[in-house]
Design a protein around this ligand. Structure first.
Ligand code: 5GP
Length: 199
């Protein structure tokens, strides 16, 4: 029996409600570890180095990439974000489940490096609802909302490369579906035995 923990990544277009879903899963499963990313963006509000993120300069980040310490990374709104290799591998080897809140490209890169990772794509119920949500935030101009919508239309095309797709219409249903995915993944024969299935 394999004692390894699950690596679960959750991605989706902007405004889809990924942050709220992840918060809820963390609340329900405090034992599920958080992968602390490295970023070049400055801390926001009460954020602390080593808690929400490791805050580093661009030079420091690029050095970590060169040294092979970053499993995957992406640029988001002019800043780098990357997953540190050692803590993720150590946590998984220890049997801890690790949840990664990363971009769509990040999840795809993670899956290429670790085929055993479980990638989940969060879909909006419809583009009309996504537009309502983005407008409802009231934080962005209409022009920016339109840009985000255009980007979301492109991004949902990547859903087919993910292991699972979860529609976020109702928060609790979306969370329940992710919990069901985690439970099912833990019962997979190949995962438990460490042997790839051949028929
Ligand atoms: P925020 O600045 O709001 O905390 O995060 C911005 C975006 O960066 C979010 O979509 C988040 O999922 C993504 N992100 C955070 N850490 C990583 C990471 O290590 N790798 C990648 N690819 N994306 C990340």
């Amino acid at each position: 029996m394999s004692e390894k923990g699950l690596m679960i990544s959750v991605s989706g277009p902007s405004g889809v409600g990924k942050g709220t879903i992840i918060e809820e899963i963390r609340r329900m499963f405090p034992e599920c570890k958080h992968s602390i990313s490295v970023t070049t963006r400055p801390p926001r509000g009460e954020e602390q180095d080593g808690v929400e993120y490791y805050f580093r300069t661009k030079d420091e980040f690029e050095k970590l990439v060169k040294e092979g310490e970053i499993i995957e990374y992406d640029m988001y709104v002019d800043n780098y974000y990357g997953t540190p290799a050692t803590p993720l591998i150590e946590k998984s080897n220890r049997g801890d489940d690790v949840l990664l809140d990363i971009t769509i490209a990040g999840s795809l890169a993670l899956k290429r490096k670790f085929p055993q990772a479980v990638t989940i794509f969060i879909l909006p119920p419809s583009f009309e609802k996504l537009e309502e949500r983005l407008k409802g935030r009231g934080t962005e101009s209409l022009e920016l909302v339109q840009k985000r919508l255009e980007k979301a239309r492109e991004e949902v095309l990547s859903a087919e490369k993910f292991d699972y797709v979860v529609v976020n219409d109702d928060l609790q249903t979306a969370v329940d579906n992710i919990v069901a995915i985690m439970k099912a993944e833990k019962c997979r024969y190949d995962r438990l035995s460490g042997i790839e299935k051949t028929l």
